[in-house]
Structure formats: structure tokens, C-alpha cells
Design a protein around this ligand. Structure first.
Ligand SMILES: *Cc1c(COP(=O)(O)O)cnc(C)c1O
Length: 452
């Protein structure tokens, strides 16, 4: 399979190239030239396979530069052993009659970022062998909290790599900050920046686009790459769990094979939900993706108006991993829907220069066929954690709560009570202060970091 850039050009790239480079030269994002269809029987067949084997199978569809053995080795290194604290890797938990929660946070850093960042370093080092470049890779990461730690954990002491993480110094939780600052490894570097996640992400993108700097680095035998979800190597491992979750839901008797279901996804950079959309494009029976935002509701506004406008106040919320105003992966969706790279490049230029763009009616209508946008404020987020805990004895973190509440809003507004899988992206223990407050068991400690 070959890849193209969302911003055009007729150039085709190999999977090894897109994983080592992260971002296309024209500033666009790499996307597969086309998405192969997967038959429902093949989706169901994944159920009897272990997670690592399933992952290798799905990855092999896209990463055709790699041998089956290489993909199996990478998947086993990522999901095998004792790195995950549940041998199902992604438990699907029944909560109500028509709602399950998919727990994606059983990896080493207690956030769903592990699903991709445990495997990316293995894919990247193999890709470097394949492209034959005798270089060391400098991974630049902008993080709103979880990506940073997950990337550090994944890349620590991986040969021929250095990793540099930038996080907003006042925009991550106490545990997140500690997790990053205490990372062990010879090749790890961590910086708190003044500003928010978008500032960090823009800074990293500017470094990537600095050709002079890139040349200087090359003279010293280094090249930049990205571990953010703009890297295709981050997205493709996320497609896996949509297929696996569906197969589990059938096996658990929640739905029949072939039946359409909904997913509600707590969304920030639009990577997780986009992976689900790609699974649908490949044939997974999905009716709607509920795109759940916190008070940084730029995406739900976009879905309802067709205008993407980042010129608004940035809110620091109790779901900090979703505090984002520029959702980079939306560019991939726009390309997928329009198949028009010139148009996509123009919208992105407008966003860059004016802070906003408006898509045509046809495009937004097509997006609305598959996506429903809803946003959830701070009070609702905490209230939902408390209510779901009281009613169903299920404890969830604030990000998951946003998705749960968005699913309820969707049902109220549309009367569509289709079985829904709510993606749970972080362990409740990672956001313990808010979670305890929400269930009425706050311990009265407000100190951001009790260790300081
Ligand atoms: C990163 C993250 C999200 C948002 O995922 P995107 O792929 O950026 O949309 C949601 N919840 C948690 C806990 C995260 O770490």
C-alpha cells in the first residue's frame, strides 16, 4: 500500500517513509491511497485471536513494507508480556442495557495513548532499517498530558532515537507532570512550556517545517520525526480496537454480526475517532460516531455550523487531554470526504492565516451523516461521574465521562437508542482528585501536586 499527502502532489510514499517522516513535506498529513474493504467474517474471526495477533493482522493491511514476522514481533513486544494489567488488553465492560465501556487504559501509563505508543517505536526502528537511512531520529512530541508520558515510556532507551517532549507547564494534571518528569532513560528529554497545548503543537510543527534546521540536523546524522497522532504509525494501531471491540460485542451477545452500532469518543486531536471512521470505511458496521468535546467545543461547533473557528478562549478543564483548539487529524477526515487536496490545503492555509475556515454544504452534510458532535461542561462532567457510579457502580475518569454524557445527549436529541460503545481513554485513578470529588468522597486536598 502507498500513501499520499492530504495537501496534494502526485507523490506516493511507502509505509516505512510515512512512519519515519511523520509529516509530509508540504505540511500535509499522510493518508493511504485507498482503504481496502474487510469482510464481516474476517472481523468476527479476530475474536478468537489474541490482541497482538489481531493487531499484526490489521497492521499488515496498511504496512505492506513489513513482513508478517516483523509485525507479529512488534505487536508482541507492545501488547504481550506483562505490560498491560488485563490479559484481554481492551476489556469491554457492560454498564447498561445498551451501553458498554471499552477500557483502553490498561497499559503502562494508564491512558489509551499506550495502545499506539507501545508499538510505534518498534515500527519506527524497523522502518529506519528499511529506508536504509543511517540516521538517528529525534522524536518531537507536543502533549496535553498523556501522549508525553506514553511516548517517553515507549521510546525510553530505544536505540538510535532521542525523544523530546513539550508540555504546557500549567496545563497538565499533577500526576501527568510527575509521570513525565520522573521518566527514566538515557534518551529522554522533557520541557514544560509557557502556553497551552496548541502553542506546544504549533511550536513543534514550526520546527518540522524549518528546512534550514532540518539540514543542520542532517549534517550531524539526525532527523526529526513525530510521535503525535499526525504520524500514521500512531493512527493505524488504533483502528485495531474498533474491530476487536465490535467482535467482542457480538461474542458477548450484545449485538448480532453485521448490526450497526454507535461509538462515543472523547475527542481532542481527532485521532482516536478518526481511526474509528477508517474502520467504518473499511466495512465495520457503524451508524454514528459521537464526537464528544469538553468546553473547548470547537469540534461540536464545526459539526453543527460547518465553520471551524479556533479564535476563542482556551479553557483549562478537568479533562485536560482534550483541551485542544486545533484538532490536527480533522484534516485527514476532510481529505477523506472531499478527495480534494487542493481544497484541503486551502482550508488549512485559511486556518493558519485567519484562525478559521468554512467548508461547503456538501462536505458538512457528508460529515453529519457519520458524526454527531456534542459537548459537555465541567459541572456535567463531574455530575456524570457521580451519577454513573451511583447508578451502575462503574467508576470513570473525566474524559470518559464527557463521552458518556455526550452519548446520553445524542440519545435524548435523536431518540436513537442503538447499542453504543463508549471509549474510555484514561484510568479513573489518574484523575483521582476530580473523580473522588465527583463521587462525594473528596479528601479536601486541592494542592495541585501533593509532592511539591
Ligand atoms: C489523547 C486523549 C484523548 C483525545 O484523543 P484524540 O485522539 O487526541 O482525539 C482523550 N482522552 C484521553 C485520556 C487522552 O489521553
Amino acid at each position: 500500500m502507498l500513501f499520499i499527502s492530504t495537501r496534494g502532489g502526485a507523490d506516493l510514499y511507502s509505509s516505512a517513509h510515512v512512519i519515519t517522516k511523520g509529516l509530509a513535506k508540504d505540511g500535509g498529513l499522510f493518508v493511504p491511497q485507498k482503504f481496502p474493504r474487510v469482510h464481516i467474517d474476517d472481523i468476527m474471526a479476530l475474536h478468537s485471536l489474541g490482541y497482538a495477533t489481531s493487531a499484526a493482522q490489521v497492521l499488515s493491511i496498511f504496512l505492506t513494507d513489513y513482513t508478517k514476522e516483523e509485525l507479529n514481533a512488534a505487536a508482541n513486544a507492545a501488547y504481550g508480556g506483562n505490560k498491560f494489567d488485563d490479559n484481554r488488553i481492551i476489556p469491554l465492560v457492560e454498564v447498561t442495557e445498551n451501553t458498554d465501556i471499552l477500557e483502553l487504559w490498561h497499559g503502562p501509563t494508564s491512558a489509551f495513548k499506550d495502545m499506539a505508543l507501545q508499538i510505534l517505536p518498534h515500527l519506527l526502528t524497523k522502518a529506519l532499517e528499511k529506508t536504509g537511512e543511517k540516521i538517528k531520529v529525534v522524536i518531537l512530541v507536543a502533549t496535553s498530558g498523556d501522549t508525553g508520558k506514553a511516548a517517553l515510556e515507549g521510546f525510553a532507551d530505544v536505540p538510535d532515537t532521542e525523544i523530546i517532549v513539550f508540555y504546557p507547564q500549567d496545563g497538565v494534571s499533577a500526576i501527568q507532570k510527575r509521570q513525565m518528569q520522573t521518566q527514566v532513560g538515557k534518551n529522554v528529554h522533557v520541557f514544560g512550556i509557557e502556553g497551552n497545548f496548541d502553542d506546544a503543537q504549533t511550536g513543534v510543527k514550526n520546527i518540522f517545517n524549518d528546512l534550514e534546521l532540518a539540514n543542520k540536523l542532517k549534517d550531524h546524522g539526525y532527523a526529526f520525526s513525530s510521535a503525535n497522532s499526525i504520524n500514521w504509525g500512531r493512527l493505524v494501531p488504533q483502528i485495531v480496537y474498533y474491530f476487536k471491540a465490535y467482535a467482542s460485542a457480538v461474542a458477548n451477545g450484545r449485538i448480532k454480526a453485521g448490526e450497526e452500532i454507535n461509538f462515543s469518543v472523547p475527542t481532542g486531536n481527532f485521532g482516536d475517532i478518526l481511526a474509528g471512521y477508517y474502520a467504518k470505511v473499511m466495512g465495520l458496521p457503524v451508524k454514528k460516531f459521537i464526537c464528544a468535546s469538553n468546553s473547548n467545543n470547537v469540534l461540536s461547533d464545526f459539526i453543527s455550523t460547518g465553520t471551524y473557528d479556533k479564535k476563542r478562549d482556551f479553557h483549562k478543564t478537568v479533562s485536560p487531554s482534550m483541551d485542544i483548539l486545533v484538532s490536527s487529524n480533522l484534516e485527514r477526515l476532510l481529505y477523506s470526504i472531499t478527495q480534494n487536496s487542493e481544497q484541503v490545503a486551502e482550508w488549512m492555509k485559511e486556518l493558519n492565516e485567519t484562525g478559521a475556515y468554512t467548508v461547503d454544504e456538501d462536505t458538512i452534510d457528508k460529515i453529519r451523516e457519520t458524526f454527531f458532535g456534542a459537548w459537555v461542561d465541567e459541572i456535567e462532567t463531574e455530575e456524570t461521574i457521580g451519577r454513573v457510579y451511583n447508578d451502575f457502580k462503574y467508576l470513570m475518569d473525566p474524559h470518559t465521562s464527557v463521552a458518556w454524557r455526550a452519548c446520553e445527549k445524542y440519545r435524548l436529541l435523536t431518540s436513537d437508542n442503538t447499542y453504543c460503545i463508549v471509549l474510555s481513554t484514561a484510568s479513573p485513578y489518574k484523575f483521582n482528585t476530580v473523580v473522588l470529588d465527583s463521587i462525594g468522597q473528596g479528601i479536601g486536598i486541592d494542592a495541585e501536586d501533593p509532592f511539591m
